[in-house]
Structure formats: C-alpha cells, structure tokens
Design a protein around this ligand. Structure first.
Ligand SMILES: *Cc1c(COP(=O)(O)O)cnc(C)c1O
Length: 395
C-alpha cells in the first residue's frame, strides 16, 4: 500500500487547479504589464483571480497581494508592520515560540535591527490564549503575529479572540494562515485580522505562489524591488499560471471545508486512538482544536528519523517535525515549546492525512506504526534500560 501522509509539507496539485493553470503556459502567456491584447487578457485573468481570493477571505481585492509563497508573505507582512510601527516609535513585536521559521527568522533579523521581540509561551496543548496576548501588549507594541494553526502539531489558535484583543488595543495583527487556508473557515473582518499569509501548495495549488492579505491603510514595504507589479509592492513579472492555480485551488477548498472536515475528523480520531494503544506514547497538540488532517505523536525510546525510513519502506510518506527542520539533528522547536524534553521530542511522528484517505489506509497506518515502534524498541539499548528500570520512563 502507498500512503502519502505528509500533506502539511505539501499537497498534490488538484486536477481542477492544474486545468486552470495550463492555458496560461501556452496560449494565454502574456505579461500582464504589456499593453497589447495578449498581455491585457493575462491582466484580466489576474484581476479575476484576485477577486476570487478576496471573496474567500471576505476582504477587498485591493487588499490581496500575490507573492512567491508563504515564507515571502510572512517576511513582507512582519517587516512592513514593524517598520510602520517604528515610524511612530513603536518597536515591540509579539509572537510565539512555535511559529514557522519564516516568522521566527524574520523576527530575529528585526531584533538585530533594534526591535524587541517577545515570544509567548505555548501551553502544553499547543495553544496561546488571548489573555497572554493582552498581558504582553504595551504602548510600544507594533505587531502581534500568531499562526492560525501549527504546522507540526495542528493546534488551532483562538484567532478571533486574539484579533479582538489586538483591535481593541490598536495593534496590528498578522496571522500565518498557511496551514489553515482552505482547511478552516477564515473571515478576516469577523476575526479582526489585519494581515494574513497563505501558500498555494498547502491546499492543492502549485508551489512558489502565495498570498499576502494586507488591510488597506497598512503600508507594505517591498521585499523584492523591481517594477510596478502588485501596485508597486512586489517587483517581478507575475506568476500567472501559479496565480490562476492558487485561486482555483482556494475556491475549491473553501467550498468543501465542511464536507472534508466531516469526513476527515472521524478518520483522524481513529488514527489517534489506534496510536494511543502503543505504550509510552503521547499525542501532541489539542484533541479538539486541531486541524482535521493532523496527527502528531511522540514515542518514548524511538529516534524519529529511523521511524521515517522504516515507514518509507512500507510505502508510507510521513514526517517528524516539519519539512524545514528535518535534516537537522535538533529536536523540533515546536515540541520543545509545548514542553516535551529533548529525548521525547526526538521520537516524534507527524502524519498529515489528505482528503482522499480511506479507512483501509488508516488501518494500515496504525498497523505499520505499531510494527515499526515495536521493532525499533526491540533493537534499542536505551529502551532496554527503560524496561529494566535503569532509566525512568518519562511518558
Ligand atoms: C509551509 C509553511 C510556510 C512556508 O510556506 P512556503 O510556501 O513553503 O514558503 C509558512 N508557514 C507555515 C505554517 C507553513 O506550514
């Protein structure tokens, strides 16, 4: 059996998104900045894509900027809000310890430029509360940036409540919604969101194209200097096929959020229940406020990388931590942020299932993970120490 359970890293481009893209490679290949008919047709297509994306978020088309992906949108949002604040003498930025590196590394860079950054602690269930945000805001705060849903442990944040706190205190609120867009309902007006990032490839659109929503009145700073594209805020000829694919994928995903969740959540919970039968295992992230496709566990006495290789042999694509940290030997900063100790954090497994998963595949996932954990433990001197009492179990 072959199972792709790494949809949080990236998703397959849907047939519908691909169909929406294809004409813009070969027939409608104009540059939207060109004044001739072919160029203007590309420009019209982009205008309609912008309107469709805006409709999915409940904002104005003039508040939608196309970017080169989720990371770029995060960079541009955070840098813009920080510099806007600095003009008024506000140089304090608030975020959390378990953001994506696109956010954390941008904040690090701003710290070197003289901004102060507060990273809020995350509760063990992977959630940050509006009360924490309210307590952290000062007269100097320029920006609060908190992710909508975590890419590793799937926990969904109380975005509307956090937005309300920021709105009341007059602080700009940005959310990295890369994992949420197309999977959860988003309404930037109702949820008091000022800036939001998303990426096409996390909801069955293409890679290398993203969206930054920026509420009118917040001035954007260019991260890519160049021509007058994107109303002068992002230089470079627009990725028209990518933009058309993203708009189609987002529209499709937003139209099926409820039906996908209704199908996925029971399967996700069956997978969770199955893996919880493994002794000395612990679920990471909240049970209820959780992305419909996310399962994340730590298994004591296991090394995540070995688990991934053995699962790969069984036809299962999974991940430990995020795609961005795998490859490094450091344990996931997300798991450390929710209080998992190093030894435990090293034994993590993320299964991010897609809408097309079947019950049979869920059964196979449970069986395979059980076998792999048992096998690795049977070979591990560390596990022997735990079993004979030389070392104490943590979970
Ligand atoms: C994938 C991801 C990103 C980065 O998006 P890219 O399009 O790969 O640059 C940022 N934030 C989160 C939460 C993500 O999951």
């Amino acid at each position: 059996m072959k199972i792709y359970a790494d949809n949080a890293a990236t998703t397959r481009v849907s047939q519908s998104a691909l169909n929406a893209m294809l004409p813009y490679f070969t027939e409608e290949y104009g540059n939207p900045s060109s004044l001739h008919t072919v160029g203007q047709r590309a420009n019209e297509a982009m205008t309609s894509a912008r309107e469709r994306v805006a409709a999915c978020l409940n904002c104005k088309p003039s508040e939608i900027y196309f970017t080169g992906g989720g990371s770029e949108a995060d960079n541009q949002a955070i840098i813009s809000a920080a510099y806007f604040g600095a003009r008024k003498g506000k140089k304090h930025l608030i975020s959390t310890a378990f953001e994506h590196h696109a956010v954390l590394h941008t904040l690090k860079k701003l710290e070197k430029e003289g901004f102060t950054v507060d990273l809020l602690d995350v509760h063990e269930n992977g959630i940050v509360t509006p009360e924490q945000v309210a307590a952290a805001i000062t007269d100097d705060t320029a920006l609060v940036t908190i992710m909508y849903a975590n890419n590793e442990i799937g926990s969904i944040q109380p975005i509307k409540e956090i937005g309300a706190v920021c709105r009341e205190k007059g602080v700009i609120f940005h959310t990295d919604a890369v994992q949420a867009a197309g999977h959860l309902h988003i309404d930037v007006q109702d949820q008091h969101i000022d800036m939001l990032s998303m990426a096409g490839h996390k909801f069955h659109g293409p890679k290398g194209v993203g969206v930054l929503y920026c509420k009118n009145g917040i001035p954007l700073v260019n991260v890519i200097e160049g021509g007058a594209q994107e109303r002068g805020k992002r230089g470079g000829t627009e990725n028209i096929p990518g933009i058309m694919g993203l708009a189609q994928a987002l529209e499709d995903a937003c139209a099926t959020i409820d039906e996908n969740a209704a199908r996925l959540i029971p399967l996700r919970d069956k997978l969770i229940a199955g893996l919880e039968e493994i002794p000395h295992s612990i679920l990471n992230g909240d049970r209820v406020h959780r992305l419909p496709g996310n399962v994340n566990f730590c298994f004591e006495g296991i090394e995540g990388e070995s688990m991934l290789l053995l699962l790969d042999d069984k036809g299962i694509c999974a991940s430990s931590g995020s795609a961005c940290t795998s490859g490094s030997l450091d344990p996931s900063h997300v798991l450390l942020a929710i209080g998992r100790v190093h030894d435990i954090a090293h034994g993590s497994l993320r299964l991010s299932i897609g809408e097309d998963i079947t019950e049979e595949q869920i059964d196979y996932l449970i069986k395979s993970v059980k076998e792999v954990v048992e096998y690795l433990r049977s070979m591990s001197p560390f596990w022997r120490d735990l079993e004979n009492g030389t070392r104490k179990h943590i979970i």
